[in-house]
Write a protein that binds this ligand. Sequence first.
Ligand code: THU
Length: 188
Amino acid sequence: MGETITIALPQVAVADSTIESPAGRIIIPGQHLPEKRMDIDVAVVQQLLSTARAAAANAHAPYSNFHVGAALIMADDPEQRIITGANVENSSYGATICGERSALTTASSLGFRALRYLALSTADSLTSPLCDRSPCGICRQSIREFISRSSNAREALILVDTAEPGTLCEAFDIDRLLPYGFNFAPPV
Ligand code: THU
């Protein structure tokens, strides 16, 4: 165990608004998230980021030449092992799987369901803007699937690798990464 620090994901308070139109009210949903504090082990985070960066070397990306690596730890894994993934492209393009989902499907296939940390690295474009280094929409929804919604809701962190000097990573929880993510409540 390394040094533990507490990070605070700031409160988000963007009011809802409404606009009247001749055909009825248009609602502009805001954002309402309380501050969230989480304890993180810095050495674990650092190791996940370097493992994600190394995992990108295994990407099968002959079409895009864009290499993505992921490394995660599941909260419900008693061994707290690091599970890796990389993007695997396909000549059909549509059958491509992203690095994040590649790691998540491995974790899920091993029987784990609750994400604790997911680090990802766009290894050879680490100086790009955050939007070019952070998970795509499908991956955000897939990550959400494996974040426990029972107690201590959304206790997982998504860590984005960067080459910014003096910076370890960018960190999100799923509510900040995927506002209004889809939630299917099966009929009872
Ligand atoms: N890719 C990922 O692996 N993760 C993402 O979140 C976005 C995109 C991959 C898919 C494809 O192999 C390449 O990056 C270019 O889109």
